[in-house]
Design a binder for this molecule. Structure first.
Ligand SMILES: [Zn+2]
Length: 251
């Protein structure tokens, strides 16, 4: 693994996330710091494939850095907000926007076109090491008959290895639960290392059976790009979070 300084010049455009280039017919976005923190009326979209608008139903979770996947089987009301705890949402319901909030953690969006399933994942190191990506793929398969080989996933903006030094609190569980850890962690000093969280998630998506050509990533680092993103680590507190979401069109 090479660790390089974030190479995106300030003000450069947002890189492609795979869903757009593969012409997947779902609307989705990765938010920026221009996104309002509240979901009360509608979401102003920072990065969107097909233009801002209001959504009939918005579903979010009380995120707890777990591996819990919440399955939405029925259409919720206008602007429905979950108080349920969990860190991934999957649904086969059209016109239901599933969203996650991040500020350094990785937002991952998923779509399986053939079965009409979408999902959104919030993956920090705890969720990633715990296996939330595999859990989400499994939920889509078990609950909706989706196939991993038909899924497209987009890995959104998050803290990059350029800025993500971790200690034994992260390194020890990573080593014990993820045998391929040398591919995503570069040790620096004793008990310290830099973690490539996006690469860990990419490996887990591949291990879940999704072809490489169907995985995209936005390689912006939330810590480097203070012009675009909130960063918990840079700001030392929660100043704001970015929303990322995906929605199936009306049936
Ligand atoms: Zn960085």
């Amino acid at each position: 693994m090479n660790v390089e300084k974030c190479s995106f010049p300030k003000g450069s455009g947002v890189s492609d996330d795979g869903l757009t280039s593969n012409k997947i017919p779902v609307r989705h976005f990765f938010g920026t710091r221009g996104t309002p923190v509240g979901l009360a009326t509608h979401i102003q979209l920072g990065h969107i494939a097909s233009g801002p608008r209001e959504f009939p139903s918005v579903v979010a979770l009380k995120q707890i850095h777990s591996t819990r996947v919440v399955v939405i089987h029925t259409h919720r009301g206008l602007g429905a907000l979950e108080q349920t705890e969990g860190d991934a949402l999957v649904t086969n319901q059209p016109e239901t926007l599933v969203v996650v909030r991040t500020a350094d953690c990785v937002p991952v969006l998923l779509v399986e076109k053939a079965r009409g399933v979408v999902g959104a994942i919030h993956a920090g190191w705890r969720g990633a090491v715990g296996g939330i990506v595999a859990e989400t793929i499994r939920s889509c398969v078990n609950e909706f008959g989706a196939k991993a080989e038909h899924m497209h996933l987009a890995i959104g903006p998050s803290i990059g290895p350029c800025c993500y030094e971790v200690d034994e609190q992260v390194i020890n569980p990573l080593r014990s639960r993820y045998p391929a850890w040398p591919g995503v962690l570069q040790e620096t000093n004793a008990g310290k290392g830099v973690l490539d969280l996006k690469q860990l998630i990419y490996h887990q998506i591949r291990a879940g059976g999704v072809p490489d050509s169907q995985i995209g990533r936005v390689d912006h680092c939330t810590h480097c790009r203070d012009d675009l993103f909130f960063s918990y680590r840079r700001e030392g507190q929660v100043k704001g979070t970015m929303y990322s979401g995906i929605i199936l069109p009306a049936a």
